[in-house]
Design a binder for this molecule. Structure first.
Ligand code: FAD
Length: 326
């Protein structure tokens, strides 16, 4: 076992993999499972001078903290700041402005209409809206319908043509995420109280760059860039794999991995095996959010656990004959 970061993966002629480690070492394995979460992503562009100022510790002087993002991490960060005694102003800065919705105390076991889903995105949206309304009318909750939709999300995603997948990502992904990544009701209520107090606000805008004293932002609906002052900026944006990261780039270059249709991450099958136009390179897996472009919801723990079991079953089935032979 090594705690050193992995900097390179190379498949040798004998089918084994040599991993380059950040401490300069190397290690050889017959199976490699990438489970880097959202880990592989280039940081937002900053200059060296910016970095020096970002590293300055100045908690006692902070009056305004910006939390970038709109997911569970962003909400968690806001509440952690308050729990830590921060009494200043917090701005949650999000491109689309959709924060996680609450879980419900109503029944939320998965319910969903059994009839076939329409094939066009526009009609699918209407179908889902109606399913949510019907669930509420029948004493369930929209959360129950969303849980039902999740069970069909993979088949649905696979059936969409690339143009509709792109459209979904541009216009609907943020709304979908805010309804599937939900907050416990009491945490959501706490967040609502934050907004009601005026001490925390949600602003819509796109972050262009960090600066020593804040951010360069393009506010929603405006074309000009403006400076937004902050004593601290905390980046809680949902990350996606950086396909230019040396580890991923090497795999792509060697033909051991391919990107999904939208270039969101690596193409994988439900068991996490990397999928390329030439097939599945034996012994290479990417588990979890790295495969989000192929498998919707693969950033959620139950789905990651299921995928991990599937990968483990394959790995053990392959290694058993080798062990028996030796
Ligand atoms: C606040 C919050 C609340 C959440 N709540 C829920 C919830 O209620 N339900 C739910 O299902 N999901 C929830 N999630 C999402 C879920 O926790 C994550 O998607 C999941 O933990 C991802 O697991 P993972 O093992 O794939 O990656 P991670 O847990 O992110 O682990 C990745 C690991 O890879 C390592 N790594 C990265 N790059 C390298 C490298 N080059 N070399 C070596 N190591 C590397 C990292 O150091 C890290 O240890 C929540 C997330 C957050 C942030």
């Amino acid at each position: 076992m090594s705690n050193a970061g992995i900097t390179r993966i190379h498949r040798n002629d004998n089918g084994l993999f040599t991993l380059g480690l950040a401490d300069g070492g190397e290690a050889v394995y017959d199976t490699v499972v990438l489970a880097t979460g959202y880990g592989l992503k280039a940081p937002l562009e900053t200059t060296e001078q910016d970095m020096d100022s970002l590293l300055l510790e100045r908690p006692e002087t902070r009056r305004h903290v910006v939390v970038m993002g709109n997911g569970l991490r962003a909400v968690d960060q806001v509440l952690q700041l308050r729990d830590g005694g921060f009494t200043g102003h917090i701005t949650i800065l999000s491109r689309r402005g959709f924060l996680p919705q609450p879980h419900t105390r109503m029944p939320a076991d998965a319910v969903f209409p059994t009839q076939p889903m329409p094939s066009q995105l526009r009609n699918i949206v209407r179908f889902v809206r109606e399913a949510c309304a019907e669930a509420e009318e029948n004493g369930w909750s929209w959360q129950a319908a969303m849980n039902g939709l999740r069970k069909r999300a993979r088949t649905l995603w696979a059936s969409l043509p690339p143009s509709e997948k792109r459209q979904f990502n541009r216009h609907l992904r943020a709304i979908y995420d805010s309804h599937r990544n939900r907050l416990p009701a009491d945490v959501h209520a706490r967040l609502e109280r934050e907004f009601a107090s005026g001490q925390t606000e949600l602003k819509r805008g796109t972050t262009l760059k960090r600066t020593p004293d804040g951010l360069l932002v393009r506010w929603a609906g405006q074309s000009a860039e403006s400076h937004f002052a902050a004593d601290e900026v905390i980046d809680c944006r949902c990350l996606s794999p950086d396909l230019k990261d040396p580890v991923v780039a090497d795999l792509l270059h060697a033909g051991l991995a391919a990107t999904d249709e939208l270039d969101l991450g690596l193409a994988v099958n439900p068991a996490g095996e990397l999928v390329t136009p030439k097939g599945r390179p034996v012994g290479l897996f990417a588990i979890g959010p790295l495969g989000l472009g192929s498998l919707p919801d693969i950033d959620l723990v139950p789905e990651i656990v299921t995928q991990t079991y599937a990968a483990a079953t394959l790995i053990s089935a392959r290694s058993l004959p080798q062990r028996q032979a030796s």
